[in-house]
Ligand binder design. Structure first.
Ligand SMILES: [Zn+2]
Length: 147
C-alpha cells in the first residue's frame, strides 16, 4: 500500500486482528515517515456453489439474502434478522471446511434457520425450494411442523 501523502512505498509496523475478518495495520511511509492505519479484510477462502445441474458459481450471500427476503415478504422479519440468518449460514458453510458446497446443502440450512424464526417464511421458502410436487407433500410438511 502506498503512502496517503506522497504515494511512496510504506512498511507495516504493526499488524493485529481487529475482528474475525479484518486486520488492523499500522503503516509507515519509507519516504516521508507519515504513519496511518488501515483496516484490511482478511482473505476468506472462496466457496463454490455446485448447482443441481452440476454447474458451479461463486458463493454470494446476497443471493441467499434475496431468497430469504422474498420468502419473508410482509412478515415480521427485519433486514437485521435476515442479515443475521445469512451470517449464521455463511459461518456454518465455512465451518464445514469444504471448498465446494451443493446448493441443496445451502437450501437446507436456510430452511433450518427460517423454521426457527418464522413458520410462514419457512413454508414459502420451502415451497419454492422443494417445489412441493403435491398438496399431499405440503400437508406432510405442515403436520411435521405442528408436532
Ligand atoms: Zn509518504
Amino acid at each position: 500500500m502506498l503512502c496517503l501523502k506522497c504515494h511512496n512505498e510504506t512498511r507495516v509496523i504493526d499488524s493485529r486482528e481487529d475482528t474475525e475478518h479484518s486486520i488492523r495495520r499500522r503503516r509507515e511511509c519509507l519516504q516521508c515517515a507519515h504513519r496511518f492505519t488501515t483496516f484490511e479484510r482478511a482473505e476468506m477462502p472462496r466457496l463454490i456453489v455446485v448447482k443441481r445441474d452440476g454447474s458451479k458459481t461463486p458463493f454470494q450471500k446476497e443471493k441467499i439474502a434475496q431468497g430469504i427476503a422474498k420468502a419473508a415478504e410482509k412478515r415480521p422479519l427485519s433486514l437485521a434478522d435476515i442479515h443475521r440468518i445469512v451470517e449464521t449460514i455463511e459461518q456454518q458453510l465455512y465451518d464445514r471446511g469444504d471448498d465446494e458446497i451443493s446448493s441443496r446443502v445451502i437450501g437446507e440450512l436456510v430452511m433450518q434457520e427460517l423454521r426457527t424464526v418464522d413458520t410462514v417464511s419457512y413454508l414459502r421458502f420451502a415451497s419454492v425450494y422443494k417445489a412441493f410436487r403435491s398438496a399431499n407433500a405440503f400437508e406432510k410438511e405442515l403436520k411435521a411442523l405442528q408436532r
